[in-house]
Design a protein around this ligand. Structure first.
Ligand code: ADP
Length: 192
């Protein structure tokens, strides 16, 4: 399995699961949020463009995001496949990704949607705020990110259901429990 997409609300634990899945499949985990944060830390042009949007919990404009993803997917370490975490986040981005993958000749193998209830997600983000001091982890910004997730990203799940690519993962319980559920899904998808 070489092209895997991870969907789920902010605070669902995507980052943690992404690195475990990537390790198991031997592919890089590509997180748009992480790439933006690294660019902000380094003070690059992309970082400067992204900062204000991220701090408000808004999407960074597609012109910036899509170009950044396209460049990242062309890097040598992505030649054998990749896991995408945080992209696509809208149906428009899903369409752009479809074209990028057509160009690369790589179909999507599976889309995993981690589902966690809203109270749990807010509790996890508040905990993360204390540990990591992310500037977008304040409660009003978190709530806004969740709203944007419902409006923009849930339709992406439907888009992939229609293509018979979506697998829903119960994101409740411990990190290891969620990983075990994901690995079971990956095994069953690989067999089919
Ligand atoms: P979370 O999963 O907690 O929302 P991320 O690290 O995935 O955190 O994303 C943090 C922020 O980075 C988003 O709120 C948004 O501003 C920006 N971002 C990440 N991915 C995208 C994307 N695909 N399109 C637009 N903005 C994005």
């Amino acid at each position: 399995m070489t092209v895997v997409i991870l969907l789920g609300p902010p605070g669902a634990g995507k980052g943690t699961q992404a690195s475990r899945i990537a390790e198991r499949l031997g592919i890089p985990a590509i997180s748009t949020g992480d790439i933006f944060r690294a660019n902000m830390a380094e003070g690059t042009e992309i970082g400067k463009q992204a900062q204000a949007y991220m701090d408000r919990g808004e999407f960074v404009p597609d012109s910036v995001t899509n170009a950044m993803v396209k460049a990242r997917l062309a890097a040598p370490d992505a030649a054998g496949g990749f896991l995408l975490d945080g992209y696509p986040r809208s149906v428009e981005q899903a369409h752009v990704l479809r074209d990028m993958l057509l160009d690369l000749g790589k179909p999507i193998d599976v889309v995993l949607e981690i589902q966690v209830d809203e109270d749990e997600v807010v509790a996890r983000m508040l905990k993360r705020a204390q540990e990591q001091h992310r500037t977008d982890d304040t409660e009003p910004v978190m709530r806004h990110r969740l709203e944007v997730y419902h409006q923009q990203t849930l339709p992406v799940a439907t888009y992939y259901v229609d293509q018979d690519l979506l697998e829903v993962v119960d994101g409740s319980g411990s990190i290891d429990e969620v990983t075990a559920r994901i690995f079971a899904i990956l095994d069953s998808v690989a067999k089919n």
